[in-house]
Design a protein around this ligand. Structure first.
Ligand code: SAH
Length: 353
């Protein structure tokens, strides 16, 4: 296989994706990164979208062995933010000029349909923002209700497209069900986000290629490829963190395959490497999610260890991310940052490598 030929192709086969993920030489990896940056600029421009995240509850009924929020982790101090606290944080995000609010939590059914419906309606009434929900797998009737309340997007990572690995990780959940939820969310008008964790035990490059292809099949509006980082007090506490090189190769290849899909430079990438998010923005990413969860809750949303921005005041997160983006000669987008799939422009990139 020839690298330049592959980088110039419109559509990549699974074998070609695996070829890109397997690149070893520094020069070839640099070519892959450069191409991803060109594709990003072509389809997504130099705009970087900010999504202010509020991690409003760390209670979770699931028991994922990689995640610090798992129900069996008795060492974690659990919290739930009140409606007023969530609204106050939403206000801060909006005042910082950020146009998307991500409401994320563990799978916590204490927050029922009515509570979330009210929360969405109030935020939409008060602030000019898009809302992304990331609450795990919920009832289809709840999704409908929250869409009616005005929520715009739903983030539900498929985690791994390999059904064997998926069923080892999840006792109660099934991969096909998670995929069904994503299709359903899309069918009722949510913009959907999915993605994987890189570096799970027994995960092969072929599995990662399948993750990219699944995101393509789902026509994800957003796709997140984040590195595994071990979390203490979980069964995976001694598992090696993911490699930065493979994470960046995955993001770059994802950009080439998924074209106009929003791809974040994740917080986990910033944990893996101090300059990880900058590197991510240079290898395909066009989204950053500054953390606005207030203290003392922030330090207890411990999905994994060593989370960055634990000690900063919440204001710092937004401004530090803005500086990062501007230092790269990019711009912070001023709009809501909706799916780029809504605007069918420039469907092909015909500038060869
Ligand atoms: N409960 C919600 C969202 C919260 S968890 C849900 O199930 O969708 C958000 C994401 O954190 C998960 O989708 C998972 O991909 C990621 N995550 C959890 N533990 C992780 C770890 N140890 N390393 C990297 N990412 C992790």
């Amino acid at each position: 296989m020839n690298l330049i030929d592959i980088l110039n192709k419109e559509e990549l086969s699974k074998e070609e994706i695996i070829f890109l993920l397997s690149l070893k030489s520094e020069d070839e990896i640099a070519m892959l990164h450069k191409r991803a940056d060109e594709v990003r600029k072509h389809y997504c421009s130099d705009n970087v979208h900010l999504r202010g995240i509020i991690e409003f509850s760390n209670h979770c009924v699931q028991n994922c062995p990689y995640c610090g929020l798992r129900i069996s982790n008795k060492k974690l101090i659990r919290y739930r933010m009140s409606k007023d606290e969530i609204l106050e944080t939403a206000k801060q995000i909006s005042e910082a000029g950020i146009k998307t609010i991500v409401l994320q939590s563990g799978e916590d059914f204490w927050f029922d349909e009515a509570f979330i419906f009210n929360l969405i309606s109030t935020i939409k009434e008060k602030f000019d923002v898009a809302i992304t929900l990331s609450l795990g797998e919920r009832k289809f009737t709840e999704y409908i209700s929250w869409r009616r309340a005005g929520a715009d997007r739903y983030l539900l990572k498929h985690e791994t497209a390999n059904p064997k690995i998926y069923s080892k990780l999840h006792q109660k959940q099934k991969l096909f069900e998670r995929i069904n939820h994503l299709f359903f969310l899309k069918s009722i008008g949510f913009q959907i986000g999915s993605g994987n964790i890189i570096g799970l035990p027994n995960q092969s490059l072929e599995d990662i290629a399948d993750d990219l292809l699944l995101c393509e099949k789902l026509e994800c509006d957003m796709a997140s490829f984040s590195p595994f980082i071990p979390a203490s007090d979980t069964p995976f506490r001694n598992i090696e963190k993911a490699s930065l090189e493979l994470t960046l190769k995955t993001m770059a290849t994802a950009r080439i395959v998924l074209k106009d899909t929003h791809i974040p430079a994740t917080t986990a990438l910033g944990v893996l490497d101090e300059t990880g998010r900058i590197k991510g923005l240079q290898t395909g990413a066009n989204v950053v999610m500054p953390n606005y969860t207030p203290h003392p809750y922030r330090e207890n949303y411990r999905i994994y260890d060593g989370k960055i921005c634990i000690t900063e005041s919440t204001i710092d997160c937004g401004s530090c991310v803005r500086l990062m983006i501007e230092s790269l000669g990019r711009k912070v987008a001023l709009d809501h940052g909706d799916s780029l799939k809504f605007v069918a422009v420039n469907l092909t990139l015909n500038t060869p490598v």
